[in-house]
Design a protein. Sequence first.
Length: 193
Amino acid sequence: MNRQFFAAAAAGSLLAGCTPISVSDVGSQYYQLPANTAVVVRQTITIPPGTSHVTLQDGRIVDHLRRYEPFCQFEVNDVLDSEQQVGPGRFSATRIIRQQKLYGAERQPVLLAANAVTGSENDAGIGKVLLADVSDGPSFFLNEVNFLLQSAEQPKVRELRCAGGWAFPSTVAYPTLADMNRVLGALISIEVN
C-alpha cells in the first residue's frame, strides 16, 4: 500500500513539474504579459541612417550599450540611407515572445528557448527549445522579451525587444515590467490593459 502511494505521489510530482506556472505578480520576472499589452511611443524616435533600430538604456537613446545592464531596442522594418522618424502613437503587441540566448565560447548568440503569447493564450504555450553545448568555456545568457508591434498609422514599426542584460547562468533574469519601463523612460512605455 505504501509503495503504491509513494509511486503515485512521485508520478504526480513529475507531472506537476511539467505544468506551467502562472505568475500574477506584475513585479516578477516570470510574469507573462497579457496578449492585450500595448507599447506607447510618447516622443518622436529618430532611427539613424544605415540601421533599422535604436538602443535605449536609462530612459534615453544610447550609442554605446552597457551590455550587462537592462536595455531595449526599438526597430522598424527597413534600413534606409536617410534617418527615419517614428512619431508618438499606440502600438498593439500582436505577439509577445520570451526567449533566452546564449553567447558562449563560439562568440555567436544562439537561441536556446522561446515561448509566445498571442490572442487569448496564456503562459502555457512553449515554442522553440534548442539545446546548445556550453562545455567549451564560460558562457553568458540573455533573457529577452520581444513585442511584435502593429499600428495602422505607422506600419513600418516592427518590434520592441527588452533584455535583462547579459549574465552568467546563475544570475540571468528576464526584465520585469518596471525594469523595461525604467529603461524606456519618457520616450516609450509598456501598458498592460
